[in-house]
Design a binder for this molecule. Structure first.
Ligand SMILES: *Cc1c(COP(=O)(O)O)cnc(C)c1O
Length: 365
């Protein structure tokens, strides 16, 4: 359609991790023999409290969703007023709502190279342009991002920990940076992997918007809570900013089951702690193995590890044929890097047994 906006026609479509069904058909494999380590989902499945809540709520599916029950629970859990919250259809929706609220033609976003791809998509879809700041050690170069601020800058995006690199800016360092950014620029702190941080390495960043009114913290139920398919995320901002974003948000973008699932998952502390501790020990085990085999990887604070191989496309293809789905990062401009989500111990075993011989052989050639 020629009448589409020119900046929409220039948008590169997002490439998600390959779904299990497609891999099963393409390689003639049984779906239950496939392990998906490609989209940073929780390998333990959904929070059991989420499942229980969904079962209880199926009967009321004829009702429109009530997001206020989730807002009340979040408000209690985070110790903040409901007026500071925005609920989204996944945190991708929050990212898009922020872009639509604050960005338009002639405006600019500041984004780090190798940062989560959605910031650039949302920026461009809003008609604005992205200033991509070169990374340092695959992470955000905060000083360079600050230096990139100009009169067009409206939003500065930070993923912490970042996906796809797993890099992390310590909270005291990030808060100092935030305090130094001009107050008229929105700083988005995307914390999709916040709950995977050790309690000792976390500040209560949910309180940042109250201290730094230009900050929006974004979190999700897709990762540690295990309900990516239910599509629920949220933003924390000043009541003024939350109110502006909520004007843009269409009223029923979240579905009923997602809302009840998230409300259940939020306080399923046993599941959250189990997911965090297994992830941490498996991540350490994988990183030690990669180090042992001289495989180049980026130390990660998330539920995934990004590593370098000689030929990512061919390694990925070999793994697919063995029923293991990982994520090549070509579309991030990270040629020959693969992002591997941390699975269950037995899934990681299978990955290691297929992957290590594959790359050790390639090295010897
Ligand atoms: C996975 C992820 C999200 C979550 O997206 P949802 O829409 O909530 O599923 C957001 N930001 C980053 C950096 C992520 O890795």
């Amino acid at each position: 359609m020629d009448s589409a906006k020119s900046y929409i026609k220039n948008l590169a479509p997002y490439q998600p991790g390959l779904p299990i069904e497609i891999v099963a058909r393409r390689y003639s494999l049984k779906t239950d023999s496939i392990i998906k380590l490609a989209s940073n989902e929780n390998p333990h499945g959904p929070s059991p409290a989420a499942i229980a809540a969904i079962k209880r709520s199926l009967q009321s599916s004829h009702r429109y969703p009530d997001i206020f029950q989730l807002m009340r629970s979040l408000s209690q859990d985070l110790h903040m007023p409901e007026s500071s919250l925005v609920i989204g259809n996944g945190s991708n929706d929050i990212i898009d709502l922020i872009a639509r609220t604050f960005l338009g033609e002639n405006d600019e976003s500041i984004i780090s190279q190798y940062a989560f791809a959605m910031y650039d998509v949302a920026t461009q879809a809003a008609g604005a342009s992205s200033c991509i700041v070169p990374a340092v050690n695959y992470g955000h170069d905060l000083q360079a991002m600050k230096n990139a601020i100009n009169s067009k800058t409206k939003v500065l995006w930070i993923a912490n920990p970042n996906n796809p690199t797993g890099t992390f800016i310590p909270h005291n360092v990030l808060e100092k940076f935030i305090a130094s950014v001009p107050k008229n620029i929105i700083v988005v702190v995307d914390e999709a992997y916040y709950e995977y941080l050790e309690p000792s390495e976390r500040d209560n960043t949910a309180l940042w918007p109250a201290k730094h009114p230009n900050v929006i913290v974004v979190r999700t139920f897709s990762k540690i809570h295990g309900i990516a398919g239910m599509r629920v995320g949220y933003g924390i901002a000043t009541p003024r900013i939350a109110e502006l974003i909520n004007r843009v948000r269409l009223p029923f973008t979240n579905n009923h089951l997602g809302i009840v699932a998230a409300t259940g998952a939020l306080t399923d502390h046993e599941f959250i702690t189990m997911s965090r501790t297994t992830n941490a020990s498996e991540r350490l085990r994988l990183e030690q193995l990669f180090a042992l085999h001289a495989i180049d990887f980026i130390p990660s604070k998330g539920n995934f590890i990004t590593l370098r191989v000689l030929d990512a496309e061919s390694v990925s293809e070999h793994l697919l044929r063995s029923g293991i789905i990982v994520r090549p990062l070509t579309n991030y401009g990270m040629h020959n890097w693969l992002r591997v989500s941390i699975g269950l111990p037995k899934e990681n075993d299978r990955f290691i047994h297929t992957f290590i011989p594959l790359v050790s052989q390639a090295k010897k050639k």
